[in-house]
Structure formats: structure tokens, C-alpha cells
Ligand binder design. Structure first.
Ligand SMILES: NC(=O)c1ccc[n+]([C@@H]2O[C@H](COP(=O)([O-])OP(=O)(O)OC[C@H]3O[C@@H](n4cnc5c(N)ncnc54)[C@H](O)[C@@H]3O)[C@@H](O)[C@H]2O)c1
Length: 437
């Protein structure tokens, strides 16, 4: 099938490459001319394991092309995916400017029978706005549908190739047939391709992210109670997660959730609730609890060192909002680093892949970037562990203790055992577990 994907970011690139891999003729478009040039040269502007090989293979075999001519791309596809960003507006609502821009371009270039699929995460009611915008430019009949994406950065290829489920909101048999044909190769193992109405599909994506964020904020608050009472949140997690009605995933207390999805999607859903006069009080609390959690490492540091951190040097391990990605959007590390800098401290940061993005887009020269995690600890007054990269899980603690000015560790991901850190001679501050002073 001829497929167009408009927007070649994390989602668009993965969708385009995976659909090309199953034999479709895919054109990916983006307004970012430099990005398109580097993609056509086989260079992937983001870090996503396995994506470079997938793109290179499909480029060289002629099933995948990139273009900055969005109109021409729109003329190519029998099926057009809209996969542009939907960043938060000032009031927390999803900003649909890019989606509707693309809809206009599609309207000016569409041929009869085209299936237009919203892949971006968009509030309930957006497919109707997309339809209206396209209809302003054409009389040709076409179909709109909603097909939200559930991939996780860092495991995106696998998630797309072997999805738990694929959700499709459709209102015509033609759209249903096209989606079925496109996705059949990915659900051969029997995982469901779930068809529903468009509004329900649009809402499903927000509901899923909001539920996951709720679990995290719930555990983060529970961790505070654990610290206050002498309980251990890791043990509580294991005990409760073994109940199959609860399940084990997304029960980890930590430094707060970040990334390009949870924070913005929770806020956008609250905003949709407001629009329809439904007060989503639970989600307001989820958001507020997370804001507080992102400040927790900073406040633990202030409690230990006081409000004035001048002359002190802090190592930070992990900048990306989670491992296996270079995505820094709303990363908890940023909140911590800003707080240290504002209190007069200096920061030496390390991340295996996100340092360039951190320097280029967020921190500039305000922090030092270390060549490895050990160098980051040299003469540090404390170490903060913010992202649970694998390489941080079993470090050489003796070497680190030699390098640091003070053997003090604030662990925002509960990677280590308090008893062991005590034995190694560290002050150790995990989240929701015994604090070793
Ligand atoms: N990143 C994720 O893990 C993830 C997962 C599921 C869903 N989503 C959703 O998918 C959507 C895209 O997310 P992303 O992370 O890929 O964003 P992104 O910022 O990485 O990529 C968006 C791309 O769209 C391009 N773009 C913007 N306006 C355009 C236009 N008018 N025409 C063509 N291209 C245009 C940008 O240049 C950019 O390359 C969002 O709605 C997001 O919420 C993201």
C-alpha cells in the first residue's frame, strides 16, 4: 500500500520505518528541512535502539523516502498518517496547530477515497476538526480515523512490531478495511486489533497514559509514608504487585515521571474535563504530586546541606527522562539541576546518550558534562542518581568513594540496597526506604 506519514519525529519515524519493513511504499514528510536531509543521508536525529538499521535497510531497498514537500507526500498515500507534535499550550490543553496545519495541506492535495489517520495524541473531538479543515479545501470524499500510538521510547520498534494491542477509531468500512490490511502483519500472534468509534479511540490513549501516571504518583506518595513510618516501598511494591488484579508494572517510586507524554497528556485530559465540565480531581492530584516529586531530590539535598549550595559540586547520573532514550522533555533531572544551580551549586552531569541534547536544547554551558560516570564524581560533594541506565546499576563504589569529596548518594531510582551502601561507608538517601546517615 502507498503510505504517507507526516511528521518524522519519534513516532512518525518508527511508524514509517516499520510500515516500510512490511512491504509498503512509505513517504515520510517533515517541515524540518535539515532533519529530512540527514534522514535521506541515513542519519537518524534521535536515539532509538534499532531504528537506524531499520531506516537504512528500507531506504536502500527503496520502500522508504523522506521529503520536506508535505503536499507532494500527501499526494502519495492512499493512507496518510498525521504524526506531528501536539505540545501543551499555556493552559495545559493540547496545541493542535500542527495537526490542523497538516490537515489543511492534506485538503489541498487529497485524492478521492484517501484514508486520513490521526496518530498524534489528540483530544477527543479532534478527528472532527481534522475533517472540517480538510473539507475547507476539497470536495473529494475521504475518511478520517483515529489510531493512537502506544509505543514506548527506548523500545519503540519492538512495541510497534509486536504491539499489545492496536486501537483504531473508525466510522467507515473503507477505513476499517485499510487499517486491517495495514496492521494484520503486526497482530499475527493474536494480540487484538481493536476497532471502536473515533471518540473512544481518542480518549483511550489519554486514559492509558493517565492511568500509568496515576500509578506512579500513587507509589510516590506512598513512598513518603514509607519513609515517615519506617516501611520500605520496594517491599510494599512487591507485596501489592503480586496481586494479579494490580500487577507489577509502573509501581516504582522515584524522582517523578517526565518525558514528552505523561506530563502533557495528564494536563491535556484535565483540560478536556474542564471543557466538558467534568472535574477530573484525581488527575489534578496526580499532576501536583508529580510536580512535588520532581522537587524531592532537591529538597532532600537542601535538608542535608542547607539552602546555600555555593562552592559545592554535585554529580548527576542520568539526564534523559528514562533509560534508552535521549529525550529530555520534562526530565526530572532538569528540575533538580535548575534547583542546584539556583542555590549556587555547580553540576557535573553524565548520561550515556542524552548529553548532546541536554547541552544543545536545555542546559548549554551552565553545567559540566563528564566523559563517564566516574569522572562525574571527582571531587563531588554528593551524587544524584536520576535515570536508571543499566551501566549505573553496579558501579565500582570503592573507586567512587575515593573520587568524591563526600561519600553521599541521593538515589532517585532506588537502585541500591541501604544496608550495602552503609557497609560501603556511604550516606545514602533512597526514596521511600531506609535513609542511611
Ligand atoms: N514520543 C512518544 O513516545 C510518543 C508515544 C505515543 C504518542 N506520541 C504522540 O505522537 C505525536 C508525535 O510525537 P513525537 O514524540 O514523535 O514528536 P516529535 O516532536 O519528535 O516529532 C514531531 C515532528 O513533526 C514535525 N512537524 C511539525 N509540524 C509539522 C507540519 N506542519 N508538517 C510536517 N511535519 C511537522 C516536527 O518537525 C517534528 O519532526 C504527539 O502527539 C505525541 O504525544 C508520542
Amino acid at each position: 500500500m502507498n503510505v504517507t506519514v507526516i511528521g518524522s519525529g519519534y513516532v512518525g519515524l518508527v511508524v514509517g520505518a516499520c510500515l516500510a519493513e512490511t512491504g509498503n511504499g512509505v513517504v515520510c514528510a517533515d517541515v524540518d528541512v535539515e532533519k529530512v536531509a540527514s534522514l535521506n543521508a541515513g542519519q537518524i536525529p534521535i536515539y532509538e535502539p534499532g531504528l537506524d538499521r531499520l531506516v537504512a535497510r528500507n531506504l536502500s531497498e527503496g520502500r522508504l523516502r523522506f521529503t520536506a514537500d508535505v503536499g507532494a507526500a500527501a499526494r502519495h498515500g492512499q493512507v496518510i498518517f498525521i504524526a506531528v507534535g501536539t505540545p501543551p499550550g499555556e493552559d495545559g490543553s493540547a496545541d493542535l496547530q500542527h495537526v490542523l496545519d497538516v490537515a489543511g495541506t492534506i485538503g489541498r492535495n487529497i485524492s478521492a477515497g484517501t484514508i486520513v489517520i490521526t496518530k498524534s495524541t489528540v483530544p477527543v473531538g479532534t478527528a472532527r476538526k481534522v475533517r472540517d479543515e480538510i473539507e475547507r479545501h476539497t470536495d473529494a470524499p475521504f475518511h478520517v480515523c483515529s489510531n493512537p500510538e502506544f509505543l514506548k521510547e527506548g523500545a519503540a520498534i519492538d512495541d510497534f512490531m509486536r504491539p499489545d494491542r492496536i486501537v483504531c477509531g473508525v466510522e467507515s468500512e473503507e477505513a476499517r478495511g485499510a487499517l486491517q490490511e495495514l496492521y494484520d502483519p503486526f497482530v499475527r500472534s493474536g494480540n487484538p486489533l481493536i476497532f471502536m468509534d473515533i471518540a473512544s479511540a481518542e480518549l483511550t490513549k489519554y486514559a492509558a497514559n493517565a492511568m500509568l501516571a496515576t500509578r506512579i504518583s500513587f507509589m510516590n506518595q506512598l513512598a513518603q509514608l514509607c519513609e515517615a513510618t519506617g516501611a520500605d516501598v520496594n517491599r510494599v511494591r512487591k507485596g501489592m504487585g503480586s496481586d494479579p488484579r494490580i500487577g507489577r508494572s509502573f509501581l516504582y517510586a522515584g524522582a517523578g515521571y517526565g518525558g514528552s507524554c505523561f506530563p502533557k497528556d495528564v494536563r491535556a485530559l484535565i483540560h478536556t474535563g474542564d471543557e466538558f465540565e467534568v472535574d477530573l480531581t484525581i488527575l489534578r492530584q496526580v499532576h501536583e504530586a508529580n510536580e512535588a516529586q520532581k522537587a524531592l531530590l532537591g529538597s532532600k539535598a537542601r535538608k542535608r546541606f542547607g539552602d546555600d549550595l555555593s562552592g559545592m559540586r554535585f554529580a548527576v547520573w542520568g539526564l534523559a527522562f528514562k533509560p534508552e532514550t535521549d529525550d529530555m522533555r520534562e526530565a526530572p533531572a532538569l528540575a533538580l539541576i535548575e534547583e542546584i544551580l539556583a542555590a549556587g551549586g555547580s553540576v557535573v552531569a553524565h548520561d550515556p546518550v542524552a548529553q548532546d541534547v541536554a547541552r544543545g536544547l536545555h542546559l548549554g554551558d551552565r553545567v559540566e558534562f563528564a566523559a563517564d560516570e566516574y569522572t562525574a564524581c571527582e571531587s563531588a560533594d554528593a551524587l544524584f542518581v536520576v535515570t536508571e541506565w543499566l551501566q549505573y546499576r553496579r558501579p565500582d563504589w570503592l573507586r567512587i568513594r575515593e573520587a568524591m569529596r563526600n561519600p553521599i548518594v541521593f538515589d532517585g531510582r532506588n537502585l541500591f540496597e541501604p544496608w550495602r551502601m552503609r557497609k560501603l561507608g556511604y550516606e545514602y538517601y533512597p526514596i521511600g526506604r531506609e535513609q542511611v546517615r
